[in-house]
Design a protein around this ligand. Structure first.
Ligand SMILES: Cc1cc2nc3c(=O)[nH]c(=O)nc-3n(C[C@H](O)[C@H](O)[C@H](O)COP(=O)(O)OP(=O)(O)OC[C@H]3O[C@@H](n4cnc5c(N)ncnc54)[C@H](O)[C@@H]3O)c2cc1C
Length: 408
């Protein structure tokens, strides 16, 4: 196993491009988007065009670009997950809600990519090839009232009826769920079967019986759409059962959901680090600008020491995140590492935002167009909630440690 933290030229260029965009265009509008609860479609359309002119996008699709076999049949490792982590950190540094609002399959992509049939991949990914006239999103609908962390406890039901499935239930907190062209919806044939009863369906917009409920008014990431979805005798054709019926043996339905997390947890970790770093940099510059003349009085030293701790923790979280992403790129099981990255990144970034506000005093809590610290403080908390809370990550890690006693 090689150990190399050098980013490729393409990864550097991507990071630089997103950084410039963030400074010049994204951050100046970030607070306005937050207040409007929306990022304008025109802005997203321009972004999609810039992304495609850069050769296929900002690589926001974890698990994409699977390793290709060369002439000898040997697989060349993909770098898609590491590239995505690098890009996601930088984009969240600019605006976390923007990243979640990007058109494309979003979190709905990984389960189809992992277990979808070739026809499903062609149908449901093909629609994103041209978004010049219409923006399109995919979404991932697993959570429901009473079943967030307890994924195995979902109650949305699915019943076979001829060459259709009939779905009934309610999903909540679904990112881009209202505007999505399709949602990957998880349901159960029988709740008493637990994970073995789970099925995943692509439910297309406009399917009779599928309705959008309320749009949530959130504390942070307010420009990102979060929707409730209602399924009432919603008839979904057989061909939309992700992977087809044969793939649902034993725990496979649940595994589809979990495979998604192994790819997306490092991505969410990277996003948290981006926001934590933004807060850290703001506080660092604030201290330099406001306290440098008081050096070496104890106050400056104490603040510098706090900044050093924040920076250290974010850097450690980034290393774990890149490693989890690298394992995914090399098709090595990464559930434990993905959870470790998510757990440490969420906590480190929350601490970074809290401490940054404290370091800046009252000024840190004031909202202004070019002062986004209070916004990052509101945005960051959810990174320790969605894609599995911190407690759930620790449960996943503990299970892996206790069932596999190999320590490295
Ligand atoms: C902005 C936003 C976007 C989201 N986007 C999506 C999306 O696109 N798709 C989707 O499906 N979901 C989405 N979610 C839902 C998210 O994944 C859930 O909120 C999350 O899994 C936590 O579930 P819960 O809110 O029901 O909390 P609960 O599961 O009720 O947890 C409440 C508390 O109990 C703790 N807890 C729970 N179980 C245990 C245990 N066994 N041991 C110890 N502590 C425990 C938790 O850690 C937490 O602190 C989103 C949520 C938000 C806020």
């Amino acid at each position: 196993m090689s150990l190399d933290f050098t980013l490729s030229r393409r990864q550097h260029e991507l990071r630089e491009a997103i950084h410039s965009l963030g400074v010049s265009v994204v951050r100046p509008q970030s607070l306005a988007w937050d207040r409007a609860h929306r990022i304008p479609d025109d802005f997203l359309r321009n972004l999609v065009m810039i992304a495609s002119s850069m050769g296929g996008g900002f690589a926001m699709t974890p698990g994409a670009d699977p390793p290709a076999a060369n002439a000898t049949g040997a697989k060349k490792p993909s770098a898609a997950n590491v590239t995505t982590a690098v890009a996601a950190e930088q984009m969240a540094w600019a605006d976390g809600a923007l990243l979640l609002s990007l058109p494309g399959p979003g979190l709905g992509g990984p389960p189809i990519r992992a277990t979808g049939t070739p026809e499903q991949k062609a149908r449901f990914f093909g629609m994103f090839a041209d978004m010049s006239t219409e923006l399109k999103w995919g979404a991932y609908a697993l959570t429901e009232p009473g079943a967030g962390s307890d994924v195995a406890g979902i109650r949305t039901s699915c019943r076979k009826d001829g060459n259709h499935w009939v779905l009934n239930g309610r999903k909540c907190y679904i990112t881009n769920g209202a505007r999505a062209s399709w949602n990957v919806v998880f349901a159960t044939i029988d709740p008493s079967l637990g994970r073995a009863g789970h099925r995943a369906f692509v439910v297309e917009k406009g399917t009779p019986g599928f309705e959008v409920g309320k749009l949530e008014d959130k504390m942070g990431l307010r420009a990102s759409e979060t929707a409730e979805l209602v399924l009432e005798d919603c008839r979904v054709p057989d061909e939309n059962l992700v992977g087809g019926e044969d793939s649902y043996q034993s725990k496979e339905g649940f595994m589809t959901a979990m495979k998604t997390f192994d790819n997306t947890r490092p991505l969410v970790a990277a996003m948290a680090i981006g926001i934590g770093r933004a807060a850290y940099e703001y506080a660092r510059d604030f201290v330099k600008d406001n306290y440098v003349l008081s050096r070496p009085v104890p106050r400056y030293a104490a603040l510098a020491e706090r900044l050093a701790r924040i920076s250290r923790d974010l850097e450690a979280a980034r290393m774990l995140t890149w490693r989890a992403a690298w394992l995914a790129d090399n098709e090595i099981a990464n559930a434990k590492e993905a959870s470790m990255a998510k757990a440490i990144a969420g906590k480190s970034a929350i601490r970074a935002c809290i401490e940054a506000v404290e370091i800046c005093g009252a000024e840190g809590s004031i909202a202004r167009e070019h002062q986004l610290l209070e916004k990052w403080f509101r945005d960051i908390k959810v990174y320790d909630i969605f894609e599995g809370t911190g407690q759930i990550q620790r449960i996943v890690i503990a299970k892996r440690l206790m069932t596999n006693l190999r320590t490295f």
